[in-house]
Structures are given as C-alpha cells and as structure tokens.
Design a binder for this molecule. Structure first.
Ligand code: UGA
Length: 433
C-alpha cells in the first residue's frame, strides 16, 4: 500500500516517517522547499526526540521520500492531510485555507479508488464541506475520512506508533476499510479503534484539547486562590490527583499552556460555537483562556515585587520553548514573559537548550546566552519558565555564586524551593507559600 502525507510540519513529518516505519511506501509533500530538502536529507527540521533515526532509516530503506511535487501523490492509496490550521489574523477562528488547498491538490491528482484522511485540527463541519468540495472537483468519487491526531510534541514518535486510541469519522465504507489496513498492527495490539460520523470525529479532537486546557486552568485558578490564602497548590494537586476520577496528570500549576494547539484550539472552538449559535455551551473557555494568560502577568508582577521594579535589572530567563523536549516557541508562555519584561525595560537574557534559534526568529532583539552559566552570570534574578531537566539539575549554590542578587521565581513548580532557599535565595513559585 502507498501513502501520501500532505503537509510536513510536526504532525505530517512524524506521521510520514512512522507510517514508513510500519512498512508502507510513503511520500511526504509540502510547498516549503527548504523543509522538504532538510527532510529528504534525513535531518529533522525541528527538535523531536527519536524522530531523526526513524527518518534516516526509512529514507535509506527507500520507503520514504519527500517532495514539493504534488503529482507524486498520484499512485498513493491513502492521502493524509496534515497541514496547519493556525489562528486567523485578527480573529479567534482557525484559518482553514491550507486544508482547502490540500483538498484541491488531492482532487487534481488522486487516483480513482484512493481515499483521503484528514488529520488537521479543524472546526466542526469542515469535513462535510471538504467532502462536498471533493465531490465537486474530482470525477473519481474520492472518499474522505476524518482521523484526528492526538500526538504530543516531545513524544510525537511514541504517540504516533502507540496511540491510546484511533478515531475515524466516516460517511462511506471504503475509507474505513483502507484505514483499518493502515492501522492494522495497532488494531491487532488492541488499540481502541472508534468509528464515528464526521462531526463527532472533529469534535473528539477539539473537545479533548479543550478538556486538557480546562484541567490546566482549573489548577492554575486554584493556584490563584492558594496565593491569597497561603495554601500550596502542588500539595493540593497531589491530594486531589489521588482521586482516580480526577487524576494527577495535567494538574501542574505554573505559567500555563502555550504551543501551537491548546491556545489556538480553545479560541477556534469558541469562534465556531458562535457561528453555530451555541456559544453559551463553551463560554467557560473564555475563562480558561483568561486564567491562563493571567498566570503570565503574575510572573511579571512577582518579578517587579521581588526586585522593586525591573527596569534596568538583569533577569536571566531559563526556557523559551512552550514546554520541555521541544524547540517550538509558538504562543510560548516563557517567551511571552521574557519579551514583556524586556519591553518594560528589564535587561533580559534568555537561555533554552533547543529553542534559541526559533526564539530569535520570533523576537530578534532578545539577548541570548549560550549556556545556563552565561545566563546566570551577573543576573539580579532568575526566572525558571520551561521545565527542562538541565534546569532542574542546576546547583543553587553554584547559581548564587554566579549571580549579582539571589532572587528566583519558579514558573513551573519544578525546582526544589527548599534547596534554593537553603542556598540563600529569596525563591517564589506560583500558588505556593
Ligand atoms: C497538545 C495535546 O496534549 C495533544 O494531545 C494534541 O494532539 C496536541 O496538543 C495537538 O493538538 O496537536 P502539545 O501542544 O504538544 O499537545 O502539548 P501538551 O503536552 O498538551 O502541553 C501544552 C501546554 O500545557 C504546554 O505549554 C505545557 O507546559 C502546559 N501544561 C501541561 C501545563 O501548564 N501544566 C500541565 O499540567 C500540563
């Protein structure tokens, strides 16, 4: 069986390589010639653990290749649409134009009997619209399925090869048959395989991300309450997390969620709900977003309180990526806080093990360090904003020796506050006494 994957960002590139790893012949197609050249040379255009070996191995085996030529999909049996749906400029809604153009390319080149599986995160109702578009543009009666993706950056290979569920939304039977063949090894390994209609499949993805965002904002709201009453949100999360109905995962309070998915998806969900006349049903997502953004402001406030104003103060920011094990800085809380402090007149210097190049593309004027030591040297305060392991391993005594003043804020509740205090730091964290 031959597969094509249209769109080779985080999702598409990993999906293409993992499908080749399963033994399929795969072509990955993208309009971005630089990205395609990088992938075809066996190099990952982004930081993703475990991805490059799979990429290299499958290119070398001749099962995987990348091209900008859309006609290369002509002999594929299943086409996966993995293009981005970013937040539209000046609106909460998702911009679906890349999905539309991918479907137009499929209609132009796909052979009779082949099927399309949409994996991009789209507003509910998009699949039905795209199927109508395919029916109009292609004479072959090409069938569409919606097959949302639940991979996490940093665990993309593991999540693609060992998903906790596979969901497909279908209207006809041919797409389901093909996708059962694609995912046969996972189905044989007892991965739940759920077949739904189009709107349910689209909603599964959006509601899963909305739930995760809500869970994070819930614990961050509790952090706000803890800050007022002197409680400890980490102990609180541990305690409520023991209730299996609640669970401890995604209850880490701190500067909240960022990235290319959660923030964009809860906004697009609100925009779509308003179009459908059900905005009240998801009105709570406004608060989820607001709590999340308030946590970023809280760190800026704390830094000002600690330092008696931040103008001219040297602030070392540890972390630029939206989370560890990623070089993605899209809507990164760490970078947002760093740039807010810098714009407010602080002398900010930032270090991240993998995300410096992307951080500089986003904020070219940011001052960057080549190492943790360089960032800390002469700093008046250190802000820990992305919980990379190398930051947890910092020896606070050594940090203090490098710094000008011993102030620390842990924006991720991941450092050992007692150890930092024992080393002589005035150390604060979100939602903790
Ligand atoms: C998220 C979902 O977790 C995936 O299931 C989904 O497939 C993906 O979006 C997507 O839509 O493509 P991802 O954006 O890679 O994955 O990142 P997460 O691991 O969900 O983390 C999102 C943000 O929440 C990060 O900024 C992280 O630091 C923050 N977070 C996470 C917390 O602040 N607290 C937590 O307890 C957990």
């Amino acid at each position: 069986m031959k597969l094509s994957v249209i769109g080779t960002g985080y999702l598409g590139a990993v999906h293409a390589a993992c499908m080749a790893e399963l033994g399929f012949d795969v072509v990955g197609i993208d309009v971005d010639a630089d990205k395609i050249a990088t992938l075809q040379s066996g190099k990952a255009p982004f930081f993703e653990p475990d991805f490059e070996p799979i990429l290299e191995r499958n290119i070398a085996a001749g099962r995987l290749h990348f091209t900008t030529d859309f006609s290369a999909m002509a002999d594929a049996d299943v086409h996966f649409v993995c293009v981005g749906t970013p937040q539209a400029a000046g609106s909460l809604a998702a911009d679906t134009r890349y999905v539309d153009s991918a479907i137009e390319e499929v209609a132009r080149y796909a052979k009779a009997g082949s099927v399309v599986a949409g994996k991009s995160t789209v507003p509910v109702g998009t699949a039905a619209r795209l199927q109508a578009k395919l029916d109009e543009l292609s004479a072959h009666g090409i069938e569409l399925a919606w097959n949302p993706e639940f991979l996490r950056e940093g665990f993309a290979v593991e999540d693609t090869l060992h998903p906790d569920r596979i969901v497909i939304g279908v209207q006809g039977e041919s797409a389901e048959g093909w996708l059962r063949q694609v995912y046969a090894s996972m189905i044989a390994a007892n991965t739940p395989f759920l077949v739904t209609d189009f709107p349910t499949a689209e909603l599964v993805k959006v509601s899963a991300n909305a739930f995760l965002a809500t869970k994070i904002s819930f614990i961050n709201a509790m952090a706000e309450v803890c800050e007022t009453v002197g409680g400890d949100v980490v102990a609180l999360a541990d305690a409520i997390g023991h209730d299996v109905r609640i669970g401890r995962r995604f209850l880490n309070a701190g500067i909240g969620f960022g990235g290319g998915c959660l923030p964009k998806d809860i906004r697009a969900f609100q925009a779509r709900a308003a179009e459908l006349g059900v905005e009240e049903a998801v009105a709570f997502l406004r608060d989820v977003d607001a709590v999340n953004m308030r946590r970023r402001s809280r760190v800026v406030e704390l830094a000002n309180e600690m330092l008696g104003g931040t103008v001219g103060k040297r602030i070392a920011v540890l972390g630029a990526a939206f989370k560890p094990n990623s070089d993605d800085v899209r809507d990164s809380p760490a970078l947002d806080i760093a740039s807010t402090l810098a714009e407010g007149g602080a002398d900010v210097i930032i270090y991240d093990p993998e995300a410096m190049a992307n951080a500089l593309k986003r904020f070219p004027s940011l001052k960057t360090a080549d190492s943790i030591e360089q960032a800390l040297t002469g700093a008046d305060a250190v802000l820990h904003l992305t919980e990379w392991k190398v930051f947890r391993d910092i020896n606070p005594v050594e940090a203090k020796n490098l710094m000008n003043h011993a102030f620390m804020i842990d924006g991720r509740n991941a450092l050992d506050l007692q150890a930092w205090r024992a080393a002589g730091f005035e150390a604060k964290a979100l939602g903790r006494p």
